[in-house]
Write a protein that binds this ligand. Structure first.
Ligand code: CO8
Length: 257
């Protein structure tokens, strides 16, 4: 499969997708989104892939939706074509996705990082929703996911003023899982991804589904949902192997079915 705006490779059980529009700081245009969606389809369909890493460049994860492409859009066209909806494919990925963020993650770039399950940030990372400065507002979930991640006070301030957060503030606020030196970002992301990819696949996918459910339902419903998935895992060979290996004091050999 060929891509012009992405680099896609597999490394063991990890799929690595690197946004690659260096001259535009990885601004997200329709071609990139179409290619990203295609890459995600392929990685999800591959039973040998257990985790996906989404990365940008040292300078920018992504500096937002491509303003040059959006400049002349009209309301009837955005409404008719349901502009932006196709960007949500990433949030529907059922396998765990790690965003490795260095440099700018602005607008749609920040939203894309927040569609991932874990954000690992380089100490150079900057997060922001500056759309208001362009006369628009976040359109790919930013006002919702940022608010859930960092709370109303910071989300409201960032979306209303367009100010950015550095990596340290993003970690304190709960937006990112961990901050690492920029030079170590990809190695750390791969280490985390390898660890997840080595887990029983069904369990990893169910963990993702269950944690995400916490944002969409009541506590009682969420706990009921978790319990059903928990019970279902007793139907897997990996549960027998994982518990058997523990009791027999040996390393498990998971089938990762
Ligand atoms: N769109 C198009 N081109 C861009 C973008 C962008 N978002 N960001 C940077 N570029 C281009 C610049 O135009 C420039 O190109 P050229 O060399 O041809 O002039 C090149 O990238 C390098 O950029 P700069 O010269 O500006 O680099 P600086 O280091 O001076 O500044 C900044 C870096 C601060 C990141 C600056 O480029 C900037 O402010 N960019 C725009 C950030 C922004 O406003 N982002 C939000 C865009 S709106 C949005 O994302 C809407 C989301 C709606 C949902 C989207 C669904 C995912």
């Amino acid at each position: 499969m060929s891509y012009e705006t992405l680099l896609v490779e597999t490394n063991g059980r990890v799929g690595v997708v690197t946004l690659h529009r260096p001259k535009a700081l990885n601004a997200l245009n329709s071609q990139l989104i179409e290619e990203l969606n295609r890459a995600l389809d392929a990685l999800e369909a591959d039973p040998g892939i257990g985790c996906i890493v989404l990365a940008g460049s040292e300078r920018a994860f992504a500096a937002g939706a491509d303003v040059k492409e959006m400049q002349f859009l009209t309301f009837p066209a955005t409404y008719r074509d349901d502009f932006i909806t196709s960007w949500e494919r990433l949030s529907r990925c059922r396998k765990p996705v790690i965003a490795a963020v260095a440099g700018y993650a602005l607008g749609g770039g920040c939203e894309m990082a927040m569609m991932c399950d874990i954000i690992l940030a380089a100490d150079t990372a900057r997060f922001g929703q500056p759309e208001i400065q362009l006369g628009i507002m976040p359109g790919a979930g930013g006002s919702q996911r940022l608010t859930r991640a960092v709370g109303k006070a910071k989300a409201m301030e960032m979306c209303l003023t367009g100010r950015t957060m550095d990596a340290a503030e993003a970690e304190r606020a709960g937006l990112v899982a961990r901050v690492v030196p920029a030079a170590d970002l990809m190695a750390e992301a791969m280490k985390t991804a390898d660890r997840i990819a080595d887990m029983p696949l069904a369990a990893a996918m169910m963990v993702k589904e269950s944690v995400n459910r916490a944002f969409e339902t009541t506590l009682a419903e969420g706990i009921r949902f978790e319990r059903r998935l928990f019970q279902a895992l007793f139907a897997t060979a990996d549960q027998k192997e994982g518990m058997g290996a523990f009791v027999e004091k040996r390393q498990p050999g998971f089938a990762r079915e």
